[in-house]
Write a protein that binds this ligand. Sequence first.
Ligand code: 2M8
Ligand code: MG
Ligand code: MG
Length: 272
Amino acid sequence: LIIFTDLDATLLDHKHYDFTAAQHALNTIARHQIPLILNTSKTVAETHEIRKKLNIHHPFIIENGSGVCYPAGYFSPEQHANTNNDWKVLSFGLSYQDIQNILTKINQIQRYKYQNFNQLNPEQIAKITGLTIDQACLAKQRNGTEPFLWEDTPENLTTFIQLLENDHLHVTQGGRFYHISSPCDKGKAMLQLLRDFQRAYPHNDWLTVALGDSPNDYPMLENADIAVVIKPSTEKPPLSLTNHPRVIYTTKPGPEGWQQAMEQLFNEFALD
Ligand code: 2M8
Ligand code: MG
Ligand code: MG
């Protein structure tokens, strides 16, 4: 078993970013040494802080699949032995600066109304998201995705997305924001990391479980053996995976739903 999980409104609650309701399931996962892979829209800096609180040491996926972070020596002792860092980030696609340059170019042609993270200061981000100012500073340290809030018409959003796609960028939707990136996603990054596990431990049966709540989680859920759709924390309808062989829809949101789905799976796999 290997578990890939979204953070916001999935393992962490939508308002307070708290995971205590899932603590029992987290303990069981740790006891059975099941790799728990965070697969999030958050930055390296943010995810690193959450990882410390969760007390887990596995590789993790950041910014909607635009990067994978490998702790030094995780798959082999000599891995990254030549670096002084505790982990190495493997990035896919364009850099944050490249994305800003494309946005600047589009703005010169047509000025749409939206607010992106680069324009927002930490105080404003904290107000919109409920993060603390310190956490908002970590959220601004971005590698390859730009979140934005759309304040223009739906028609103009379609045109804006088309303009970004003409420049080989891709737009997906998280809990509160749209996210611009290269055509990376949580599913491709999950499969990349899964191959690393299969190569390192070829005799294990790597059945994948993925948990998420928002459209940016679709590629990860679609590519997992077992998909867990967490009930939305807002008025939105739950994600719908019509052609997936195995989906669990939770009836509780956030970490309560996470705990609920895990209890069901622990029973099924006779894990106590
Ligand atoms: C952004 O991501 C969430 C993910 O669902 C969203 O779109 O609402 C990210 O930019 C992340 O860095 C940040 O921590 C989060 C805060 O709510 O928002
Ligand atoms: Mg989420
Ligand atoms: Mg997310």
